[in-house]
Structure formats: structure tokens, C-alpha cells
Design a protein around this ligand. Sequence first.
Ligand code: ARG
Length: 563
Amino acid sequence: MDYKHYIAQHLVCEGISPESIEEALTVPPDTNMGDYALPCFKFAKALRKSPVLIAEQLRDGYVTDGVIAEVSAVNGYLNFKVDRAGLARDVLARVRSERERYGGSHMGEGKTICIDYSSVNIAKPFHIGHLSTTVLGGALYRIFRFLGYHTVGINHLGDYGTQFGKLIAAYKHWGNREEAEKGGIHAINDLYVRFNKEADEAMQAEAREYFRLIESGDKEANELFEWFKSLTLDYVKKIYDKLHVTFDSYAGERFYTDKMAPVIEELREKGLLKESNGAQIVDLEPYGMPPCLILRSDGASLYATRDLAAAIYRKKTYDFDKCLYVVAYQQNLHFRQVFKVLELMGKEWAKDLVHVAYGMVSLEDGAMSTREGKVVWLEEVLDRCVEKAYSVINEKNPSLQNKEEIAQTVGVGAVIFGALYNNKIKDIVFSYDKALNFDGETSVYVQYTCARASSVLNRARAEGTTWDAVQDVQPCVQEFELLKAIAEFPDTVLAAAKNYEPSYVARYCVDTAQKFNKFYFDCKILQAEDEETRAFRLALTEATLMTLSNALGLLGIGVPDQM
Ligand code: ARG
């Protein structure tokens, strides 16, 4: 419930817009006066009345209801008291009935959203640079699904190009089946790196020939290619499992091999194709962009050509309402070009394509580099964070059971949260120590808060207490703040979806955990003064736990029962 908005909509004041009222509303430092206050001196000039008079007249005109319980005018301020008991009743009942669904809705029903994310390159390292696209895309996937949308996760594999010819040439010279099977993607990547370092002109020619063989459907070349592909996918799928991301389609660039010709034909028919130095382009100069290259002078297609075919295929196959591309900002121009070309082709749905751009991730201990040999594999980062999580947990609570499992949830969660906590377009520097700080703005802090809530509830259950029949209770400030936070969850999810910003959910988690901890330390839960208060506080604790679990779950982060 957005109270400021609610009040602004219900306060009738001729000559002042609801927007300016909403903007002027404040939260007084002393909540005994009220939960919200409107300083009327702000409107004195416009209304040509004294603030005292304005406040009194507004008070007389305001009709209280189940949301605002009391309105008073004091010294030119109009004070509002929220019906806290009503809020408590509504919020607790809603969380209790919706449980795992609390925060979601049905608003997206009947609508489809395609999300192109992670989109790994076959036989290339799955490195820290892929972290953001994978976890951002995964979070958006779950957020939209939570809102009732039909979501299609697409891994637009980078499986097209001359590098596969190089790889086969390198494999034929230096590789063997056994080593590649054992070393998996690492062994394959080593071959590729070695080719780039050592290949002479003869080997380069061989590579071109192998690429041609793949293209022309040669059996052996294609078998090798498929094998490299499956080794890569087996490898990345293990990481996807750890990060809790899934895909509905692995249709990569190669999939569009036979789908480009009709697109090129359509471009030609519509008079959009131009020749330039032997290449085929779409001129985008009138739109302030360099031309979009469609076919090279040797007739080869390009990354953009395949993206054009992919967008058309997705529209035809899924009839999406939106198609998101979760790709680094380095590709801003590429997507602007592709979207523009589709628009020029008369695809009215080009407006539904969205490039969800994000910034770079680097590690605190040395910038990441994708240049040969110096790559930071995502797997290493995850493993290392899990290891560190284990030692932190072991130190804090040596007698804990399932330490390995908990360390896994905590460590992986810290990497995900680290990538999602900031506005997505910002470049971030990942630090293991900061990510695993129990008192920081971290997933560990939120998980620890959840474990604390679980332990209170478990103790109460062990005593045989139940708390489902909470009566009317007048919440204190800490309880009220926490209730408001819980009530804000559905709007937070909505805003995260609207702005493609899972960071809203991540920040929400920290903020709500802080409010819970304030409540936990200031108010006695199990030792509450009477039965009714105790039941109410337990219900509030349970609602917090449910909400935080849902929120972390949207980010792909689990919640251990104990820590
Ligand atoms: N594989 C590409 C890369 O690593 C990302 C592909 C993004 N998706 C797309 N439809 N272009 O840069």
C-alpha cells in the first residue's frame, strides 16, 4: 500500500493537484503525531489562505475509512494516522492465504515474454563476463512468470562462425578424443587458444576448409562440431543448475542458417538492401547510425543477419508481447541497428523488442581479461565463494549440520546477489569479502535474517504454540514499519518487471531484513507481554520469512533454515 499516493488521491483540495500533494507529504519524526503529515504552508501562497486555515478545512473535508483512521490539524500541518490494526489484519491474511504466490499476480496472463539471455559461445570460456546476463535474465524470467506471463527463456548460442573451422583444424593436429572428453570445455578452449597462437598459413587454410565443410553439411566435420557443442553444453548446464536458471530453447545462431535467405529476400523486395564495396547493407545514415551489414562481399552472413532472422522467427513462433535481449551495453549499437532495420521492414512489433543492457563485472583482485589465458571462469568464482562461505559458516557455527549444503546456498547466493544488487547498467567490482559480510547489504545478511526468523518459529512450534487466530492488535512503530515493507512487496515486483531491474527486489530484501531485525531486537517475540501480542508477532515473523523467501527465490537464491 502506497499511503502517500492513497492520501493524495483522497484529499480533495481545489487548486492543488494530487501529484503536488503526494510530493509534499512527509513522514513526521515523531509518529505519535501521525504517520504522514502535509505541511500546508506550501500551499498558502497558491490558495491565498493561512496554513492553519488550510489544514483545518482539509481536515473537515477528509472522510476517514479503513485505511486512514484519523486526521488532525495542528499548527498548519495536516496529520494522518494510518489504521495500523487494519493494515496488520490485511497484510497477514494476504500473506497467509497466498504464501509462495505472495507478491505475484495474474496480470500477465495470456501474454508471452521471450527472454534471450546467457547466450553462451560454444567452445569458448564461460567466464565472469557472462554472470550478469545469466543471473539478470534468470531473475527477469522468474519475475515475469510470477506476474502470470508465459515466459520463454532462449539461449541464443554462439555456435556459428569460422572459429569452428579453426577448432577442428587444431583438434586434428594436436587433440585427441580422450583428452578432450576428460578436459571438456577447458581442453577445447586450450586447443582454440593454441591455434590462435601457433597456426601458420597452411593451418589457417585448413581451418577455412573445415568451416566450409561444416557449412556444406560434411558428416565428419558436423559430428565434430556437434561434439564440441555437447561438451560445452554439458559443462554450462551444470553451472545453470547451480544458479537455478533454465531455458526453454537453445536455438542458437546456427539454427538460423536456412532462415536468413527469406529475410534477405524481403529486404531486397522492400528496397532496403544496398550494395557497398561488394557487401550488402541497409543504410541507416538518416537515423544517425552506421550501416547494418547484412552480407559480406564473400556472401557470408553476419551476427546482425542472424539476429534479424531470429527476431522474425520468435515473433512467428511465440507471438511475444515483448522480446528482451539481456546483453552487455557494448552491443547497444548492434541492437539499435537490428531493431531499426526490422522497423524499416514494416514489422510493427519492432517496438516490442527491448535491449536490456547491463554493465561490466570485474573482480576486486585484478581486472578480468578475456585475452588468451587470462580468463576468469565463472565456475572458479562460484567455487571460491562457496569455499569462503564454508569457512565463514564453520567459524560462526561449527556445530551446524549440512554445512556443505548451506555453504553452497550461501556462496552461490552471494555471487548472484553481488551481480544483482546494483542498478544493472553500472559496472561492478565483485569482492568476496564484501559479498559474504553478514552485516552488509548482502544476500548473506538476508539469509541470516531468514534463519533467525525460522529459528524463532521453530522454537514456538516446538512449544506447541499456534498463531493463526490473530485478533485485532495495534502495531507499534517497529511492527508498523515491517508491515508496510511486507505490504510493498507486490509493488516492488511490479516495478522490477516494468523497469527490467531485479535490483529493486534485491534492495527490497535488504531493506525488509533491516526492518525485521529492528523489530526483532526492539520487541520481544517469544517473551511478549501477553498471548495476543505473542501470536501477532509470530504471525508477523512468519509473514516476513515468507516474503523474503519469495523475494530471494525470484533472484534464484535459496534460503537455508539454519545458518
Ligand atoms: N553470444 C553473444 C555474445 O556472447 C550474445 C548473444 C546475445 N543475443 C543475441 N540475440 N544477439 O556476445
